[in-house]
Design a protein around this ligand. Structure first.
Ligand SMILES: NC(=O)c1ccc[n+]([C@@H]2O[C@H](COP(=O)([O-])OP(=O)(O)OC[C@H]3O[C@@H](n4cnc5c(N)ncnc54)[C@H](O)[C@@H]3O)[C@@H](O)[C@H]2O)c1
Ligand SMILES: [Zn+2]
Ligand SMILES: [Zn+2]
Length: 362
């Protein structure tokens, strides 16, 4: 089967013929349908986070089950699924206290470099994020997928596998936004727009979207933003503070920069919470004014929107059916696997929201 192989930072991915193992106990073999190009993959391709190579990246996907290993009861061949990197065991302290996205069982959620599921030219090819979606097939633990109805379009479904779950989940699970409140979202890519949509679903009365690209701000209005700020012209912190008479109770950083992470905290009113969704380059420290903590301001991270994906993703798809979750607005285009480098160049330019690799399954 073919896969896009990541060799080293700043080098293009190459499309190679690779080998995949047969499913072992509790594993399932998937035929990939769609793979979303998320900025997290780009951070790895730019060397901002370490990962063993050669590897197959990709973590936002939908697929059809092709074969199942021993003791798999959850799915059968032909089932449609969304994949999620938040593989869970269901037994460890994190899983048992309601945080399966933080599962710490390394036999189920394999550490980087541990999986032996892919091979290229006879050697180990590393599986990224327990998934490796940039490939025609995936071999994953059965706890890395959620079943979905077969009438859901698989491109919409793929988006839910990371970007939508993360953005909406940051609003509901991490920040627990209250109805009637005001929210600011920095960065209106796939994740930020999903946070905007999530804030609208949560009943926020004012949603301030911030980006440097005017087309993204237009898209944010379609997703529910009531106000927009073009951060290439103005100081976003000053603008938010002026608009709100002193700051917001909830801010979300969905870019992955030191500057915007600091801004997300600076734009809080007393008692407010900043949620950092973006992957700030590994090793980078963010600086905050210590006195700001004296007025109950808080800053927190979120891993994949604090998901319990087997429950949350079907709920999100139902909200899409009802027209309340705007998945259609997030899709910029479909690409073929051999156009993947072009797709990432587009993502880097900030122009598209989500391009998806179409593997021709649906
Ligand atoms: N925490 C998690 O579990 C998790 C999950 C998925 C993605 N992420 C991270 O979320 C971030 C966003 O991902 P994405 O796929 O939506 O990215 P994206 O590239 O699609 O969107 C980023 C947006 O930020 C805008 N932007 C860039 N610089 C800006 C600035 N200085 N001020 C305002 N806007 C600016 C761009 O125009 C773009 O619209 C990334 O860092 C990604 O790694 C984290
Ligand atoms: Zn992602
Ligand atoms: Zn666990």
């Amino acid at each position: 089967m073919r896969a896009a192989v990541f060799h080293e930072a700043h080098q293009p991915l190459t499309i190679e013929e690779v080998e995949i193992e047969k499913p072992k106990r509790r594993e399932i073999l998937l035929r990939t349908a769609f793979a979303g190009l998320c900025h997290s993959d780009l951070h790895f391709m730019e060397g901002l986070y370490p990962f063993p190579t050669p590897a197959v990246l990709g973590h936002e996907g939908s697929a059809v089950v092709e074969a199942v290993g021993e003791d798999v009861t959850y799915v059968k061949p032909g089932d449609h699924v969304i994949t999620c990197l938040s593989v869970f065991c269901g037994e460890c302290p994190q899983c048992m206290t309601g945080h399966p996205n933080l599962c710490e069982n390394t036999e189920v959620k394999l550490l980087p470099g541990a999986a032996r599921r892919l091979r290229w030219k006879g050697d180990v090819l590393h599986q990224a994020f327990n998934l490796s979606v940039f490939a025609e097939q995936m071999l994953v633990h059965e706890h890395a997928v959620v079943k979905i109805d077969s009438d859901i379009p698989l491109d919409r479904a793929a988006l839910v596998g990371c970007g939508v779950m993360t953005g909406v989940g940051a609003v509901f699970h991490a920040a627990k936004v209250e109805p009637g409140s005001t929210v600011a979202v920095l960065g209106c890519g796939g994740i930020g727009l999903s946070a905007v949509n999530g804030a609208a679903l949560a009943g926020a009365s004012r949603i301030i979207a911030i980006d440097t690209n005017p087309s993204k701000l237009e898209r944010a209005r379609e997703m529910g933003a009531t106000d927009v700020i073009n951060a290439s012209n103005v100081d976003a912190v000053k603008a938010v503070r002026d608009m709100t008479g002193g700051g917001v109770p909830y801010s979300f950083e969905a870019i992955g920069l030191k500057l915007t992470a600091e801004q997300s905290f600076q734009m809080l009113r007393p008692g407010g919470t900043a949620t950092i969704i973006g992957m700030i380059p590994f090793g980078t420290k963010i600086e905050l004014h210590g006195a700001d903590f004296l007025r109950d301001r808080k800053i927190q991270g979120t891993s994949m929107g604090g998901n319990r994906f087997r429950v949350d993703m079907p709920r999100l798809l139902e909200l899409w059916r009802q027209g309340r979750l705007k998945l259609d607005h997030l899709i910029s285009g479909h690409l073929k696997l051999d156009q993947i480098n072009e797709g990432f160049a587009m993502l880097k330019s900030g122009a598209p929201v989500r391009n998806l690799i179409d593997f021709g399954v649906s």
